[in-house]
Ligand binder design. Structure first.
Ligand code: SUG
Length: 450
């Protein structure tokens, strides 16, 4: 809770969809590549996510949820030229181009850190909360999320006197992956802060030979910071993610850095120009009357490989009602000795981080999605919270209802070959209709709009 405005941070977690599978579709994402072809368990994946949401609710936090999307996405397959009934479209696409069908079937909208970039009203010149859906143009399967995500966000942040939901960055060469490449530092949630946009490259840079391509462009960061009205008063910093981190498998900056309040937890090799970035950050925060709390894991204490393997920095840092901060981490951190040792060291210093909570998110982790990937953070004043549309703020009863839908409609086994099963279309739509009833979302999915 912020003393200044009573503002709270709401984490909007993505509910895992019924087609969660291991398609190996994400370039530069080592976990997704390593698990390609394995059998997934969509039911368990969704229940693991809901269990995390319930735990955060129990910690006294405000917890939101965003729905899964329609997959396989039949309208996209029709645009590719496949025709007939929906079931025929699936059967023909499965024969003609199974990789295309896998792309149209990915449940990747669960990683809502990539849904949008969010600037709280405390930071923006017009005093409104701004959201820009990410264009996710680096991967075909992820780019399919954008129209539905935009409709969902517009259903929730519908009050135009308080919220602006922009269109996604229009130029597709300017890749934008949303909040996963964005950190905010502020004395408390409701006070004016400094927003850090981390890009991998300029969209005009020549591709390097070898290694992984950067997804986030400098130009997209500039567009988002501008349309969120952050520049006046030095409210935004753009900095480059290190090439070394991207090549080690940190395909988003949230694999090597995470912030909360004035704290920044980061790997020593996260940023291309570490020293200049930290100097600039200290100056920008100082101009707002606070000092950043820098919690750095130096490379000799934790290698980039250990950071990527454990997903230590893909943790959530949460401000508890007591004012202390808690870390929400995946079990993989406990299983990586030097990552666990670093967490223990940070907790033992008399800093803001006081608790660590470990969660089993293995279904999502196998696709490279840790605790921080699964949530979109939105700082809201009490008035803004009261003005939200739909019914996406969770309580125990809503979580119970969502769990019941998952248990009734989701499969507990999905192999890549199962994506050819035409029955999945109907199963997914049944689940989405039931989830939509719980969350009172209206007709946000294409099949509900025809
Ligand atoms: O874009 N994986 C996602 C994981 C996103 C994690 N998000 C954050 N770091 N914020 C990605 O790489 C794999 C899905 C598949 O292969 O079906 C995938 O898209």
């Amino acid at each position: 809770m912020s003393a200044a405005s009573g503002a709270v941070e709401v984490n909007f977690d993505g509910l895992v969809g019924p087609t969660h599978n291991y398609g190996g579709l994400a370039h530069g994402n080592l976990a997704a590549a390593a698990n390609e072809g394995k059998v997934s368990n969509p039911r368990e994946a969704a229940l693991q996510g809901l269990s995390k949401m319930r735990s955060l609710l129990r910690m006294g936090l405000v917890q939101g949820v965003l729905p899964p999307q329609e997959r396989p996405h039949v309208p996209s397959l029709r645009k590719m030229g496949f025709g007939g009934t929906d079931e025929q479209v699936i059967t023909i696409a499965a024969r003609a181009n199974p990789t295309l069908l896998a792309n149209a079937s990915s449940a990747s909208s669960m990683w809502t850190a990539n849904a949008a970039t969010v600037s709280p009203s405390a930071d923006t010149s017009d005093g409104k909360l701004h959201l820009t859906p990410a264009n996710l143009s680096a991967h075909f399967h992820r780019s399919l999320e954008v129209p539905t995500t935009t409709r969902v966000l517009r259903a929730i942040f519908a009050d135009a006197s308080k919220f602006t939901v922009h269109d996604a960055v229009p130029f597709h060469t300017f890749g934008d992956e949303g909040a996963a490449n964005h950190c905010r530092l502020a004395p408390s949630h409701g006070e004016r802060g400094v927003e850090v946009f981390v890009y991998g490259k300029s969209a005009f840079a020549k591709d390097e030979q070898g290694g992984f391509a950067a997804r986030q462009s400098h130009e997209a960061c500039h567009i988002v910071a501008s349309q969120h009205q952050l520049w006046s008063g030095g409210g935004a910093i753009l900095t480059q993610q290190s090439r070394a981190a991207i090549h080690a498998g940190a395909f988003h900056n949230d694999v090597v850095a995470v912030s909360n309040g004035p704290a920044l937890l980061f790997h020593g090799q996260a940023f291309e120009q570490r020293d200049a970035f930290l100097d600039g950050l200290k100056r920008a925060c100082g101009a707002k009357g606070f000092d950043p709390v820098l919690l750095e894991a130096p490379a000799d204490e934790l290698t980039l490989d250990e950071a990527v393997k454990s997903y230590l920095f893909n943790s959530q840092i949460l401000t508890l009602p007591s004012g202390a901060m808690a870390l929400v981490l995946p079990h993989e951190v406990e299983e990586t000795p030097r990552a666990k040792a670093f967490v223990d060291k940070v907790l033992a210093t008399n800093g803001p981080l006081r608790e660590a909570h470990y969660f089993d998110l293995r279904q999502s982790m196998r696709n490279g999605g840790g605790p921080a990937c699964l949530r979109l953070r939105v700082v809201l004043t009490p008035e803004e919270l009261a003005a939200l549309g739909a019914s996406v703020i969770l309580d125990d009863a809503k979580i119970d209802a969502l769990e019941a839908v998952v248990r009734q409609t989701y499969r507990d086994r999905l192999a890549p070959a199962d994506l050819a099963d035409p029955a999945l279309v109907g199963e997914c739509r049944q689940a989405l209709d039931a989830i939509g009833q719980v969350l009172k979302l209206g007709s946000v999915h294409d099949f509900q709009r025809v």
